[in-house]
Design a protein around this ligand. Structure first.
Ligand code: SF4
Ligand code: SF4
Length: 235
C-alpha cells in the first residue's frame, strides 16, 4: 500500500541501504505479537508472498481465501490480497501461543518490520517506522541481515519491479476513472489476479536458493509480459 506522507512524519527521518546499521533488531520478540494483531487490511501481499504461502501450506489461492487466511480488497485501484484478521483480531497465521506459524514463509512486510520501504522514483530504500514496534531497546543490526531475504539481489529487483508495475497501473486506472471507463478497471484488476495470484506458479516449497531464484525470475518475466499486454489491450 502506497502511503502519501513525509518521511519525517513516520520515521527517524533517515533512509537506510542494505549495508547500513539500523536499530531494528527485536531479538526474538520475547513473547510479543503486537504487530501481528489488529492490522486490518494493511498487510498487502505481493505475488511472491502468496506463492510461498501456497507452496508451504499446499493450498490453492481459493483455499486460502475460503479458509480465512487471506482476503481481497481494493488497493490503489486494484483488487489485491491481504492477510486476514481472525475473530480475535489477530493474523490468521498466529498461533494461540503468539508465534507465527509460517515464520519461514512470512510475507515481505512482516519480514522487514519495523522497517518500511520508501520509493524515490525508480528505486527504494528502507526506513525505520516510528512508534510501531513496542520494544524500545532494540539493538543495531545490518539492514540486509535483518530483512533476511533469500537471493537478495533478485529479491530487491522483484520488490522494485512489482512496486513500480503496480504504481504505473494505478496511474492508468486513475485515467480510466476520469474517463468513466469502469469496464477497463474491472478487466485490469481481474487480469492482475489471474496472471499473478490465482495460478499455482510455484509447485514446490521454497526452501532452496535455486527454487526461490527461479520463482523470482518467473515473476519478473510475467511482469514484463503483463506490461506489454496491458499496453496493447488497455491503450
Ligand atoms: S504472517 Fe506471521 S509475522 Fe506476519 S502478521 Fe501473520 S503471524 Fe505475524
Ligand atoms: S511489536 Fe516489535 S517486539 Fe512486538 S512482535 Fe512486533 S516486532 Fe516484535
Amino acid at each position: 500500500m502506497i502511503r502519501e506522507c513525509t518521511l519525517e512524519d513516520i520515521s527517524d527521518g533517515r533512509t537506510y541501504g542494505l549495508n547500513d546499521m539500523v536499530k531494528a533488531d527485536t531479538g526474538n520478540c520475547e513473547g510479543c505479537f503486537k504487530c501481528c494483531t489488529g492490522m486490518g487490511t494493511s498487510i498487502v501481499l505481493d505475488p511472491y508472498d502468496v506463492c510461498q504461502i501456497k507452496a508451504a501450506l499446499n493450498k490453492s489461492f481459493q483455499e486460502l481465501l475460503d479458509q480465512g487466511y487471506i482476503e481481497l480488497n481494493m488497493v490503489d485501484g486494484l483488487i489485491l490480497p491481504n492477510l486476514k484478521m481472525n475473530s480475535k483480531n489477530r493474523c490468521s497465521f498466529l498461533s494461540d501461543e503468539g508465534r507465527c506459524t509460517i515464520h519461514q514463509y512470512r510475507p515481505g512486510m512482516c519480514r522487514i518490520f519495523p522497517l518500511g520501504r520508501v520509493y524515490d522514483g525508480r528505486g527504494f530504500k528502507y526506513f525505520l517506522q516510528n512508534n510501531q514496534c513496542v520494544k524500545d531497546n532494540r539493538a543495531k543490526i545490518k539492514v540486509k541481515k535483518w530483512i533476511d531475504a533469500k537471493c537478495l539481489g533478485t529479491n530487491q529487483e522483484f520488490v522494485n519491479c512489482w512496486h513500480y508495475f503496480i504504481r504505473d497501473i494505478g496511474e492508468k486506472i486513475t485515467g480510466f476513472k476520469k474517463n468513466n471507463r469502469s469496464e477497463n478497471i474491472n478487466d485490469i484488476a481481474m487480469f492482475i489476479l489471474n496472471s499473478f495470484y490465482i495460478p499455482d506458479i510455484a509447485s514446490e516449497k521454497l526452501d532452496s536458493d535455486e527454487h526461490i531464484k527461479e520463482l523470482y525470475e518467473l515473476l519478473l518475466n510475467r511482469i514484463d509480459k503483463a506490461k506489454k499486454i496491458i499496453e496493447d489491450t488497455f491503450a
